[in-house]
Design a protein around this ligand. Structure first.
Ligand code: C2E
Ligand code: MG
Ligand code: MG
Ligand code: MG
Length: 270
């Protein structure tokens, strides 16, 4: 793998040439999930194939873009591409929700960066996508000072009818108390909790679900890879689920097949 400055340079040109792809991982309603169920939504996930070294994992290139201050360019590309795609599915008669990832820095005021919230709202308007179809997942641990700084931007999205989600809940030092105070619509339980096999993790997830439901939030279980994970997510009361057992991240053409009720090809590389 080339070093970070070289990757950063190549990522910038890949973005300029629109060579960063968007994959979609279906999200299902757990109460009704079966192998032929249709997804309630999809999460947009970036994919970058470097010309010389092949696939670069998002954990690597998202971090690089974040640290070098151009993650907003990646995420603007995702909003444009995925927004267009969801509009096309709607035109074809499929109401598919769209979840996009956003970093806390998108919501901090920066003189040198365009206004992320305005970009998102403008795209929804231009594509005529109803705001209730969009969920913005905040990928950083919601430390209290972050939330305060982000409050303005998040409020503008929520006023427009867009749902806010806290991603990877339970992976860092997030607490139940935080959940009591956050004004969000959705919590995504991190995969690390879903794959644990002890009784304590059941108790933690159930407690998160209890607080979330009391506050009118929905709960999504991430990283469901086995029937045991699926059982656990259901047993603990999660509303929605996502994971390789249900469907892998796939190109838009894969979602087309899913929506048409056709068997999926093997997306194990996604
Ligand atoms: P995330 O938002 O928590 O996304 C879910 C990650 O879990 C994805 O990894 C997905 O491929 C993976 N995953 C889904 N189901 C399973 C499963 O059953 N088992 C396992 N082991 N993994 C599963 P991915 O695509 O590599 O992305 C990693 C992270 O990078 C994302 O985590 C998100 O934080 C960030 N990311 C990806 N694309 C974007 C983007 O376009 N913009 C921003 N800001 N962040 C992104
Ligand atoms: Mg996410
Ligand atoms: Mg997540
Ligand atoms: Mg995660």
């Amino acid at each position: 793998m080339p070093n970070t400055p070289l990757l950063a340079r190549d990522l910038r040109s890949a973005l300029a040439e629109k060579r960063v792809e968007v994959f979609y991982q279906p999200i299902f309603d757990l109460a009704t999930w079966s192998p032929i169920a249709l997804p309630v939504g999809v999460e947009a996930l970036s994919r970058w194939r470097h010309r010389a070294v092949g696939d670069v994992p998002p954990s690597r290139f998202i971090q690089i873009a974040h640290d070098r201050g151009f993650l907003d360019e990646v995420d603007t590309h995702v909003v444009t591409t995925a927004g267009w795609q969801v509009g096309a599915w709607r035109t074809a008669g499929h109401e598919v929700g769209l979840s996009i990832n956003a970093a806390a820095i998108h919501f901090l005021e920066r003189a040198d960066a365009p206004d992320y919230v305005e970009i998102v709202l403008a795209h929804l308007r231009a594509l005529r996508i109803p705001p209730h179809l969009l969920t913005v997942e905040i990928i950083e641990s919601p430390a209290p000072q972050f939330i305060t700084e982000m409050a303005d931007g998040l409020a503008r999205l929520r006023e427009a009818g867009i749902a806010i989600s806290v991603d990877d809940f339970g992976a860092g030092d997030t607490t139940l108390e935080m959940l009591e105070r956050l004004d969000v619509d959705e919590v995504k339980i991190d995969r690390s909790l879903i794959i644990r096999e002890d009784a304590e993790s059941d108790e933690i997830i159930s407690a998160v679900v209890e607080v979330a439901h009391r506050r009118g939030m929905r709960v999504v279980a991430e990283g469901i890879e086995t029937p045991a994970h699926l059982d656990k997510a259901r047993r603990c009361g999660c509303d929605r689920g996502q994971g390789f057992l249900l469907a892998r991240p796939m190109p838009a053409a894969g979602v087309d097949r899913l929506l048409a009720g056709l068997p999926l090809r093997d997306y194990s590389a996604g």
